[in-house]
Write a protein that binds this ligand. Structure first.
Ligand SMILES: Cc1ncc(COP(=O)(O)O)c(C=O)c1O
Length: 277
């Protein structure tokens, strides 16, 4: 039986297992396109008859390895990177919905996502009903319609910091035959893996989770009540090679840094240490 790897081992080893003679560190593939000998081969890739890289905008080996690492941390079956958290939200919803459909979402979510659900997707014919994250099973069920295609919530809401009862949300979603999508940005797979509690799709905004030197900032900003827009300038684009390097380095030391940040936050909160101390 294969030995299950611990989270800190996955942070280091996940997603990239070099074979003999291959680089120990995951290379950053700085190429928009990939070489093939014949146009027939390329044609088969375009027609999705064969697997392979041909255009970085669709798939790139570095991005795939990072996605595989995050996937392994979460205990998922497959993952993809998008160039923003909002793109991940949009893909998740529009992959399930078309004009005439409906989604239910916790009302305690990041403001940009609220805007996506209540302004943007309605323009495409998809309606959204917001519910309290503390809604009872009956209240949640009452928000569902025959055309509801997904239930959405954040593990720890930004910025409300309400903690989701994932099992309850998953139960109601599954009773209605739809997936539960969880934005796990604040919790991270180190603290909570929503699949273990019944979620079906998990996604992230990267800055606060995986580029963990910003993690402490996040907690500190919360304590100063300045969480939110002030952080958006730290957004990263996944196509930028130096950013993907940063993301990789951060994940490698993530388990240890995340726990350190949590310890510091706890110390600040409970023992009243100064914010800058
Ligand atoms: C919890 C959460 N989800 C999604 C997003 C959106 O991510 P992005 O800014 O990369 O579009 C944010 C942004 O702050 C967020 O905090």
């Amino acid at each position: 039986m294969e030995k299950k790897q611990s989270l800190d081992t996955i942070c280091i080893q996940g997603g990239w297992q070099p074979k003999n003679g291959e680089p120990r560190q995951l290379p950053i593939y700085q190429s928009t396109t990939f070489k093939y000998t014949t146009s027939e081969q390329m044609g088969r890739l375009f027609d999705l008859e064969e697997n392979g890289y041909f255009y970085t905008r669709l798939a790139n080996p570095t991005n795939d390895a990072v996605a595989a690492k995050i996937c392994a941390l979460e205990g998922g079956v497959g993952a993809m990177l998008t160039s923003s958290g909002q793109a991940a939200n949009f893909y998740a919803i529009m992959n399930l919905c078309q004009a005439g459909d409906h989604v239910v979402s916790s009302a305690a979510i990041y403001g940009g996502t609220t805007n996506l659900f209540t302004v943007t997707i309605p323009k495409m014919g998809v309606e959204c009903t917001l519910v309290s994250p503390d809604a009872t099973e009956e209240e949640l069920a009452a928000a569902f319609r025959p055309n509801t295609k997904a239930l959405f919530a954040e593990t720890i809401a930004n910025p409300a910091l309400t903690v989701l009862d994932i099992e309850k949300f998953a139960k109601v979603a599954h009773e209605h035959g739809v997936p539960l999508i969880v934005d796990n940005t604040f919790a991270t797979p180190i603290n909570c893996r929503p699949f273990e509690w019944g979620a079906d799709i998990v996604h992230y905004k990267r800055y606060s989770v995986l580029v963990c030197h910003l993690c402490k900032k996040l907690y500190i900003k919360h304590r100063k009540r300045r969480i939110g827009n002030s952080l958006t300038k730290h957004k990263l684009c996944v196509w930028s090679e130096c950013c993907i390097q940063l993301l990789l380095c951060s994940i490698r030391r993530y388990e240890c840094s995340c726990n350190t940040h949590l310890r510091h936050s706890y110390r600040d909160e409970v023992e009243g240490a100064s914010i800058d101390g």
